[in-house]
Design a protein around this ligand. Sequence first.
Ligand code: ZN
Length: 358
Amino acid sequence: MKHMKGVVIAGKNSLAIRDDCPLPEEICPTGALIRPLIWSPCTSDAHLCATGCASLPYLLNKAVGHEMCGEITKIGADVHDFKVDDRVIVCSVMPVWRSLEAQDGHAKNRQDNMYAGNDDPERGGSFVEEYYIHDADMNLARIPEGVTLEQAVMVPDMMCTAFEGVRQLAPGYGASVAVLGVGPVGLMAVRAAVLHGAGNVFAIGSRKVCFDVAREYGATHLVDYHNEDYIEQIVRCNGGPVDGVIVCGGGESALNKGLSMLKNGGTLVNLSAYFGGKPLEIDPAVWGFGYGDKTIKGVGCGGGRLWMTRMAQLIACGRVAPEKLITHRYHGMDKIPEALRLFLNHDRSLIKPVIYND
Ligand code: ZN
């Protein structure tokens, strides 16, 4: 086993650049090594750091990161559709396509990535010099002509998560959708809802930098959650409770808030992660006392080559401009900790940072 440089979580609120991250000398026949060209840190990376990997202790001192695009440096003998030097988007969730879950139509419910409970001694996250993936043909997507690196690196999580949420919400034409929390995933959910044919799209947040993008993405109403009566305001503007809600933040109380603006018979899709260990309490009244036909779905990032290829195609066709999410740009792996600290410090000017590997 060789070693390489990478960004690791060294403890609570502590990041370090180390040169002892494992780099396998042999890769599996379906695998590939990818040299990163651009990275993007994420709230979930920052959360791991803030807690010292409390929810996934085996990740301590391993490389962090799951949003990356790069070029292939090595491929296994059974990789058919990619070759060395191809520029690719790397899947963040890594569904296992050769699994019973895949045969059941839900490949992403069995994942081969470091955040999914895999304590793999050969690999961690993708904030490293070379990233090892096990299934190149199924979990890479080519970056289309005309799509920039910083657009492409918004695909693996921001687009793949938000569009998966809206796919599962499936709003009808003209239906009303409220997006609770317009950070980067929420903003993408706004865009996805608009592309899905929604009518009223309520973007609920508080920061101007996010509202500006929400407006550009087609939100019809910008709602500040600091207004005490914002839920009534939404119901009033909409002429009744909304048809669908997407929760992308707001903490443990967000489900109650989302359900209170949702019509009976409507669906709430949750895209937030709750690592706090606290129970999620639901007020029966907002859930139609349990018999209001209000569906709650907990949805995770969609993955795999086809889904990522389709997301990239939305960019190539000019229907999604993901670069609008990028507020901070850095150069060099050594800057990754600084970019992650933007999340830890709750920087109000931040939507999404990228780091070019140059
Ligand atoms: Zn992410």
